[in-house]
Design a protein. Sequence first.
Length: 320
Amino acid sequence: MGRPKILVTRRITESALDRLHEEGQVILWDDQLPPSHDQLTGMLEDCEGLLCLLTDNIDRELLVSASKLRVVSTMSVGFEHIDLETCRNHGIKVGHTPGVLTETTADFTMALMLSVSRRIPEAIHFAQSGQWKTWDPGLLLGQDLHNAVVGIIGMGRIGQAVARRIFAFGSQLLYHDLSRVKVIEKEFNAEAVELDILLNRVDIVSLHVPLTERTYQMISHPQFETMKPSSILINTSRGAVIDTNALLQALREGKIAAAGLDVTDPEPLPHNHPLYKLHNCFITPHIASAGAATRAKMANMAVDNLLAGLHGKPLPNPVA
Ligand code: GLV
């Protein structure tokens, strides 16, 4: 058997790429922006392996046209961009990169939470723009994280890592998930509640659910009506878990106090989007897992999955 053709849809950590070069003929898409659907289709012809990112739409049409494809390995924990059913029907194995990004993503969630609750972006702008004239008892007052009631929606790996941090801050913890996570309740004194009760009681809410039909726009107009006007919404999961138009309206009308978003719908959010203009909305460009060491681990894990699949072995991290 010849060396398999492998498509890699963006430049990844060099050591991970080298491992692929050793095993196969690598086609590397070396642009800063993702390939178009047509470009992907063209490049994927004759490829047996695909290492992709969450920006690539691996849909039915693409999978069906790639007749030799045996493994799809995404360098992300999320896999909603891949048509799993078609992969299953065509015997294509699918892998992802869970676990290695959990703590990094949880760290970033805390950074965003504190930035928004203590108004750090505004404060930096205030100082930089020459407005700092004196110490002022009423200047840039924010919301404490200690003693706050914090709600976590989605108590999976990342939700639990955030829960641990929230507990260490001395905040009260509520959570909502499809199933009870007793260990979190015991260790961090967390209370499991229904979604509307959580939204109604918390000062800060953080989203940690995967994007599925069930979670699509789970935070929309009725949910914003339930939330406290002083509350803060943090999203480091997937943009489409929130109804963007409903969020815009809620922020404009003061139905909630502020939002911190590392993910948006659409993504990227166009630079002229009204959310950027709001003083109470803080947006970062989907970087929650962007620790240097973590991204290298993700790249190598994606390569582990790809190579295992090409060698006909079980993937170390198959999607569920
Ligand atoms: C990032 O959002 C990921 O799914 O890894």
